[in-house]
Design a protein around this ligand. Sequence first.
Ligand code: HSE
Length: 431
Amino acid sequence: MSVGIIGLGTVGTGVVKILLKKRKELERKLGFPLVIGKIADIDIKRKRAIALPENIFVTDGLGVIDDPSIDIVVELIGGIHPAKEYILKAIKKGKHVITANKALLASEGFDIFEAAQKNNVELGFEAAVAGGIPIIKIIREALIGNKIQAIYGIINGTSNYILTEMTEEGVDFSTALKEAQALGYAEADPTLDVEGIDAAHKLALLASLSFGTLFSLKEIYTEGITKITPLDINFASEFGYKIKLLAIAKQINNDIELRVHPTMLPKEYLISSVNGVFNAVYVEGDAIGPALYYGKGAGEMPTGSAVVSDIVDIARNIKTGAVNRIQGMGIQGKSGIRIKKMEDVQSCYYFRFSVFDKPGVLSKISGILGGHNISIKSVIQKERKKERVVPLVMMTHRAKEKDVVYAMKEINKLPVVSGKPLYIRVEGGEE
Ligand code: HSE
């Protein structure tokens, strides 16, 4: 069975290391050898950590796709173009395809899944979500007897690393981001990580697998971590919470909430202790109840491990004549599910206002909140030091997003308020 790899970056190198180092072991498990037939990379002269024969390298992805000896094409270049064209071309040539490209599948997945089905080839994407956690397999296969009721994921390692560093080391956002980039966790364009877009890509895939409809990125409310400050992390801690970038998919009757945003979670929740580059996916199924899956979500070897798992699955399916044993998202037929508008989503909230410390400020703000049906649960205002502007923070009971948006607009206009109010949604804890 011959594998061709397009893109020898971080993940590609991990795949090659595993395939070479575990060659004998894999052969013993499979009963036949896996060989690396071709590798395409822009820079084939670069010194590499792995020794490979020069003649397997090409500089163009087509050199892999057009090679008749290759059975499985692994796309690891990322981005939309030319990744999409390479994948479609490989599929049309009857090659099975593996990709770690969550951005592509979340935005153009329909065309790709359709082409794969039409050409009766497999499309593996285990590496697209949460690297070392086999969450695609878990949802599509292991939990097939469950109706998935909710998913809460920490699925962007870079953001989790940054928030953890800010919490534990007190470093600022940009220092933590630079560290994450140096460690190879961040996307080529790190705004995808810190603006929540990478997590939204992955959530689109997890929700599609769970709820049986191909969701697109446009349907996911997305907000990143760039506005979170160490001040909010400290206040959250005083209230008994941690701040995490959470990807949420919840089914309530026939409505689905799909959202990615910074979220305050009670410190004592298991998922709140998921730190650094680690990912975790909390799944609620009607049969299993709650389950938490934990592991490394990024990096050379964990993501390489996910690609190798797809290679082996596909190789086994080819050998046993079971190609497309599971098609696409593993669900046939329509689901009748609707996506809830963000304005209708309900949650508890944390608010931080920067206010001039004058008599009557609190009553003005609480009056506006009350007028929008938002009930305050607790308030902290630190004593004033030299600055005249002080943070005023509040936790609320359950409120509607629409009401919060209107209230914030009104509060923002108050002369006693300086700068835009910040709000963070809260999951868990008392309502
Ligand atoms: N940039 C991604 C992350 C890599 O930080 O999680 C893995 O998809």
